[in-house]
Design a protein around this ligand. Structure first.
Ligand SMILES: [Zn+2]
Length: 183
């Protein structure tokens, strides 16, 4: 992705046109660098676009798709698991409940000045019992289980509140929901 040492621009990053030309996929008639949809200025309705602009062509190249982000590389290198949750579904991530719990506790305990916050936030984060965090994790699991069983929105919420016993909802949950619909 950078010019080689024998090039007058050595060490400088290559532009998209240069990269695509070297891969023989730069269109002969030329192409704009980025289209309205890819720039996010328009609603991205057509996600099937293959060659709307140079940026799109580049982003679809296999080696480009396989490249891990710096964040992902750093996390994996440190021996952790890199996992992404679905966007806009904080209920699937127990850390959100832990964080919310810690915020409520901090609000209750702090005397509303910055220096006190610097002390209280770490104290409160450590003070949340592991059993409580475990319960948050169980709740997130139940949401994931509900979604896996095809439930959505309010129905999923209802099912999660109903079945408090374990990680999983009962396997016959779809039938139970159908019965409810028919009553
Ligand atoms: Zn585009």
């Amino acid at each position: 992705m950078v010019f080689p040492d024998n090039h007058k621009l050595k060490g400088k990053p290559k532009g998209i046109k240069q990269v695509l030309t070297e891969c023989n996929i730069w269109p002969e008639k030329g192409i704009r660098l980025m289209c309205e949809q890819c720039s996010g200025k328009q609603d991205d309705i057509v996600s099937e676009r293959l060659d709307c602009c140079a940026r799109r062509i580049m982003s679809l190249q296999p080696d480009f798709c396989e490249q891990r982000s710096i964040l992902k590389e750093a996390i994996i290198k440190a021996g952790h698991i890199f996992e992404r949750y679905p966007k806009f579904h904080c209920e699937c991530n127990f850390i959100e409940r832990y964080w919310g719990f810690a915020k409520r506790e901090t609000r209750r305990l702090c005397n509303y000045n910055y220096n006190d916050l610097l002390l209280k936030v770490p104290e409160v984060l450590i003070s949340v019992p592991v059993t409580t965090i475990h319960k948050f994790a169980c709740k997130s699991w139940r949401y994931m289980d509900a979604y896996n069983k095809g439930l959505e929105g309010r129905t999923a919420e209802w099912a999660v509140s109903k079945y408090k016993s374990h990680h999983r909802l009962p396997d016959n949950i779809e039938r139970i929901m159908d019965d409810l619909d028919n009553t």
